[in-house]
Design a protein around this ligand. Structure first.
Ligand SMILES: Cc1ncc(COP(=O)(O)O)c(C=O)c1O
Length: 388
């Protein structure tokens, strides 16, 4: 009988999905397992999509996305990051952050190559490397006191002649860790010395609580790298604008890679939906007030959860600087999937198991605190009861 390719068979299931699929068949679950809020996309973005449809944005667009959206992204980077980008040659619009990661990674890995991935991390980067018949070598972030760090010694030891890229996520899903300027410099230096592509997943850059000004974006690696560096930034509209279901993201990369990614787009989805791209322009232009309100809510939710977790037995959780996750370590926990399944069945609280996030993840659970406060508050109450 014809079989499914071994490279595909070997790609592991997402254990977040596995837990979510059990939860989706249940009533009354407090759903904190996915990286999204229960709040809908703001109306001004929905209206922009409706207008775009009425205006005729229902046809194919360029593989790299609408030139007007790429210009809007270049303007946004000038405004938010002080970085100059060439919208025609350094930006590729994709149908989601996942797709940006996918096409970017596919552009640098050949079968048998190796990709270094800083973990615990959202599993998709490692799985995409495996889909390219390559190997993901996971290097965990150690927790030093109150802060996660990058283990540069472990990174040096993990490099082999087949290593082609290093993927890191800042702000991190699930840790909320944000790379410092020194860490960014050292990551860039490491990639340059070893001739690697540096892939920076910056989809949470606007969910930042430790900036000097409220609403400030986490400084991008693009501020340090030159446009000739082998650097890629993966981005998405999902998190900053509550647009998870819209599937809109982008890749910023060195010109040769951006050109190849644009060409490959043709064979993957060709381009992101046309009216969605127009709505993305509106989000970038008019999104700041809603974003500021959302950040205020998220920070309150983060602090509420940190307070609640501080009162639970056997829990260690560093205060994160970004994203909308907490990743508490639970003393004595050796099977986080089983723990989350029991928590779900007995209390109807849905969390993501730490094991889903690769090396360094087992022993923890991920709480997404992006939902409305009342939901997060109730989930904490039930979790406290369950743990004690
Ligand atoms: C670290 C990270 N990168 C990328 C994405 C992709 O987001 P999307 O595909 O919804 O644009 C996610 C989504 O959870 C994420 O957590």
């Amino acid at each position: 009988m014809p079989r499914i390719a071994a490279s595909v068979e070997n790609v592991p299931h997402s254990r977040i999905r596995e837990l979510a699929e059990i939860a989706m068949g249940m009533e009354g679950v407090l759903r904190l397992y996915f990286g999204e809020s229960n709040l809908p996309t703001p109306d001004y973005i929905k209206q922009a999509a409706q207008k775009a449809m009425a205006d005729g944005y229902t046809f194919y667009t360029e593989n790299a996305g609408l030139p007007s959206l790429r210009r809007a992204i270049a303007d946004y980077y000038r405004r938010m990051q002080g970085v100059e980008l060439d919208p025609a040659r350094e930006i590729v619009i994709t149908a989601s952050g996942v797709q940006a990661l996918n096409v970017g990674i596919r552009c640098v890995l050949d079968p048998g190559d190796e990709a270094l991935v800083l973990t615990p991390a959202w599993p998709n980067g490692s799985s995409i490397a495996m889909m390219a018949n390559a190997t993901a070598i996971q290097v965990p972030h150690p927790l030093c006191g109150e802060r996660y760090r990058v283990d540069f010694e472990a990174l040096e030891n993990a490099v082999t002649p087949r290593t082609r890229m290093l993927l890191y996520t800042s702000p991190s899903n699930p840790l909320g860790w944000v790379a410092t300027l020194e860490e960014q410099k050292a990551l860039l230096d490491f990639a340059r010395r070893h001739n690697l592509w540096l892939v920076a997943d910056e989809v949470y850059d606007r969910l930042y609580y430790s900036g000097e000004r409220p609403g400030e974006a986490v400084p991008s690696i693009l501020k340090l790298a030159t446009r000739e560096d082998a650097v890629m930034v993966v981005h998405s509209f999902s998190k900053s604008y509550c647009m998870t279901g819209w599937r809109l993201g982008y890749l910023i990369a060195r010109r040769d890679l951006a050109a190849k990614a644009t060409q490959l787009n043709e064979f993957i989805v060709s381009h992101a939906p046309s009216f969605t791209q127009k709505a993305g322009e509106t989000a970038l232009a008019d999104g700041e007030p809603e974003l500021a309100a959302m950040l205020g809510r998220l920070k309150d939710n983060r602090d509420l959860c940190l307070d609640a977790l501080a009162g639970m037995p056997g829990i260690t959780v560093p205060k994160p600087d970004g994203a909308f996750y907490l990743f508490p370590r639970i003393e004595g926990l050796t099977d986080s999937f089983r723990f989350c399944k029991r928590l779900l069945e007995e209390t109807r609280v849905g969390l993501a198991p730490g094991v889903a996030f690769g090396k360094g993840g087992e022993g923890s659970v991920r709480i997404c605190y992006a939902a409305e406060r009342s939901i997060v508050e109730e989930a904490m109450k039930r979790m406290r009861k369950f743990l004690s």
